[in-house]
Design a protein around this ligand. Sequence first.
Ligand code: DAH
Length: 339
Amino acid sequence: MIAKIEQLLKEVETMHASNAEELEALRIKYLSKKGAINDLMADFRNVASDQKKVVGMKLNELKTLVQDKINALKEQFESQDNGCDGVDLTRSAYPVELGTRHPLSIVRNEIIDIFARLGFSIAEGPEIEDDWHVFSALNFAEDHPARDMQDTFFIESHPDILLRTHTSSVQSRVMEVSQPPIRIICPGRVYRNEAISYRAHCFFHQVEALYVDKEVSFTDLKQVLLLFAKEMFGADTKIRLRPSYFPFTEPSAEMDISCNICGGKGCPFCKHTGWVEILGCGMVDPNVLDANGIDSKIYSGYALGMGIERITNLKYQVKDLRMFSENDTRFLKEFEAAY
Ligand code: DAH
């Protein structure tokens, strides 16, 4: 019975009449002797006594709503000749439009879901960080160009405090307080001192993954990468690893996937190579383990990091990065059905 009342409540919220006849029809439908409310009143007698209070309250709510709505509509008709030509005063203010999930949240949740199924749990760290967690603990040499003022936003009065440039900082935050096995996924916002254009922004989002345990090998990494690519971009997706350099991993690699737009045949999106880059990865450098209190003689690990905007672009072909932070509802609404 509650369900029936709920359904009527919804119906009544959005009901509208465009003339006096229609309004009268509504009154008869709901409030007359043979109307819906009277029917419910009759059914109410059969409601179990412990339910009577709850059902009774709902029923009253419905009755009041119907009466209010009908009175409001009646008033509108009576004052219709008020010179508001072309304005439909009888139009309901309902239904209220619901918001939609942001595309970056949709993709972030998808990434998290995939890793959660593999036993990774979420870890988070601060966006305002210190040099140690963003750079030093991750084996960045003192003179590494990434520390350069050009890339990093420093807090002027405290050169040791900065806005994190990557979520790899969460690796050291977690390692310094826990011992293996560590299996974490770290989503979050990062900042870089870049000129804003359609392809770069001064803030964006990353997801970092870290796995440290005994006998973790590059094979484990590759396995997870392949599974991730297939889950995210479809079962036919292929991956390829190219040697690369990151201070915190050794060896390091960048991963490409077969272009999900042309299926690897070559198109303008993949610059006719058939491949698109999606993430950086590698085996955690033993220096990083030791610097964070984990014995590199016993443990090894892998790490990987990706930009959420990049993955979202690949999935949905958003041409201008700025769209993600402009909150234009016409853009956001396009993702209504995605999740
Ligand atoms: N932190 C890197 C960046 O912001 C991404 C990255 C590369 C993370 C390799 C990793 C990794 O964990 O192994 O560009």
